[in-house]
Ligand binder design. Structure first.
Ligand code: NAP
Length: 308
């Protein structure tokens, strides 16, 4: 099969850090264009808008939409309506309903829609899923604490409504949780801490359960300086599991059983090519649904104003 002609839309941090290197190494794709108001990609045709790009380069078969979630829906509709396959950065949209709308349009147009969850492709995630499938789980603790000033300097969209605040990294934990737990859970209570000058939370504590009263709790915090934590810890009858470093490393009872270099974006692009070839979509909204539930059920606490 000849390579898929792909274009990138919204050239910013994640495009430079991950999309361009992953595409450069994948023979399934040929990157032929980019659309961004300010950013450009060297060596290909660049446009200021997705509309201009689609008009000028009909050979584009697929697009990766990498702008912030609040601005992704219109671009996705434009691409799907023009018969292009669409890769959505995470979170797939600003609301559940807009993504459902895109899913229906992709189906109608016979093209593939991919709601990507990069953390699900962290190296030790499948091993954690296999371990939990064979154990009786007593409780699960998710600790996702990082320094927003380090990871998201000057990103205003992240603090705006729809930017998700601390759920922007937190949804990565939720994408792993929803993949590795043997059965679905739901939120029973949550507290969201909003800086008094922002429209998105800086911290959240969340409790989940299910009909069997499984005890799952998450702590997300963007005020962490020093050591950063991206851990999922489970107590089980088969031992204590620690999935750490955002899913890169798995230890059981203190012994490392899985650790390898991360390949998240190369694997996302492999998956996208696979669904395009298979003529299907891959849109799992479970992580975004938990975020919506946290905003719906959570208590709001106002905390100290946040300034970059
Ligand atoms: P970013 O650099 O702030 O934004 C990406 C690009 O989107 C910007 O350079 C900008 O390009 C475009 N953009 C910004 N505001 C826009 C608007 N109002 N309308 C249209 N386009 C706009 O963000 P990022 O860190 O790359 O994150 C983008 C997405 O990737 C987010 O959903 C994020 O959760 C996800 N992600 C990020 C990371 C990370 O480490 N940063 C990791 C994984 C996933 P132009 O000004 O040139 O249009």
């Amino acid at each position: 099969m000849s390579p898929i002609n792909i274009a990138i839309v919204g050239v910013g941090k994640i495009v430079r850090d991950q999309h361009l290197p992953a595409l450069a190494k994948n023979a399934d794709y040929r990157l032929i264009a980019a659309a961004s108001r300010h950013g450009t990609v060297d060596g290909i045709d660049n446009f200021k808008s997705i509309e201009a790009m689609i008009d000028a380069v009909p050979a584009v078969e697929a697009v990766s939409l990498c702008m912030p979630p609040q601005y992704r829906y219109e671009a996705a509709r434009t691409a799907l309506a023009a018969g292009k396959h669409v890769f959505l950065e995470k979170p797939p949209g600003a609301t559940l309903s807009e993504v459902a709308d895109l899913e229906a349009l992709a189906e109608e147009k016979g093209v593939s829609l991919f709601a990507s969850w990069h953390s699900r492709y962290a190296p030790a995630v499948e091993a954690a899923k296999t371990f939990l499938a064979s154990a009786a789980i007593r409780n699960v603790r998710i600790i996702w604490k990082e320094d927003v000033r380090h990871w998201h300097p000057n990103q205003e969209w992240i603090w705006a409504a729809g930017g998700l605040g601390v759920f922007d990294p937190g949804i990565n934990a939720l994408s792993i949780m929803t993949h590795i737990l043997p059965r679905p859970v739901f939120i029973t209570s949550a507290t969201l801490e909003f800086p008094e000058n922002r429209d998105a939370p800086i911290a959240a504590t969340i409790a989940f359960s299910d009909a069997e009263k499984l005890d799952v709790a998450a702590e997300f915090d963007w005020r962490q300086t020093g050591k950063q934590s991206w851990d999922i810890v489970a107590e089980t009858d088969a031992g204590g599991m620690v999935l750490s470093e955002g899913g890169a490393k798995l230890a059981i009872d203190g012994k490392i059983v899985h650790e390898e270099p991360e390949q998240e974006y190369p694997m996302l692009y492999r998956r996208f090519a696979e669904i395009i070839k298979a003529g299907r979509s891959d849109v799992d909204l479970a992580p975004l649904r938990h975020v919506a539930d946290a905003f719906m059920l959570g208590r709001r606490k106002f905390v100290e104003a946040f300034h970059d």
